[in-house]
Ligand binder design. Sequence first.
Ligand code: HEM
Length: 263
Amino acid sequence: MITLGLTALALIVSLVFLVKELYRPANYPPEMRARKDEPDTTFTDVQLTMIILDIFIAGGHTTSTTLDLAFMMMIMRPDVQKKVHDEIDSQLAPDALPHYDDRLNLPYIEAFLLEVHRFFSIVPVNGPRRAIVDSTLGGFRIPKNTTVFMVQRNVHMDPEHWGDPEVFRPERFLNEAREIVNSERTMPFGQGKRRCLGETLARSCLFTFFVGVMKNFCLQKPEDNGTDMEPSLTLNPGITLSPKPYNVVFQPRKGTRENEHHE
Ligand code: HEM
């Protein structure tokens, strides 16, 4: 709760400073300066502030929650954590920092992150959209102008497609040659023209941050942990899901620089 409060405070303070700086006409970006006298321009202070807010709100919580869940799965499933470590150790040089391109050599970790997206569906319902023509979908008539929502979670938990959707199993995204097999049935970032515009940034942040941490640490349940460690989700005031607070020990791995500092 305290962390959340401090994060919100830091966000508001940085936003106020940023906007104060931008409000000086000399600091306006070139397009805003060029268009400032156009009556219908959308290059305004308010528009800019709202876009920055959009990006912070849409991007910050979603990415950090997905990482929270990925780390939680590491302590819930030591067998999966071992496969993650084995893949990192066999593919990355000891001193190398992870790069997004490394995902090509780390298919198990890519499959693991896809499974985190699928299993938890942190944005369970996407939309709204408006039907712009009369149409029929799966036998249902959808009249023009109907508001439509896509229930991402139902797609991710469809037993006809996944077979065992309630099981957390990264291997479902790998074929026999250990290549990633994916389809539009995995849609954590939505679908269509209004799908998430931060998808590439989010995927690269998740991958590099997760691999960077896992390369250097073993994640363990604290011995005296009294917390409920089941993967349970709480609905935030808004549209995303996040895990209940949980405790985790980050144990430096042998041979890592991090460990040498601790010894
Ligand atoms: C794991 C991380 C993220 C997830 C799971 C996620 C998921 C989503 C989903 C499901 C939507 C709705 C798409 C739809 O209705 O079809 C969305 C929209 C959006 N996301 Fe993300 N997102 C993530 C990260 C980010 C980041 C890092 C940014 C920005 C830097 C971002 C910016 C946005 C914006 C601006 C929209 C609204 C797009 C529009 O309405 O045209 N998201 N996101």
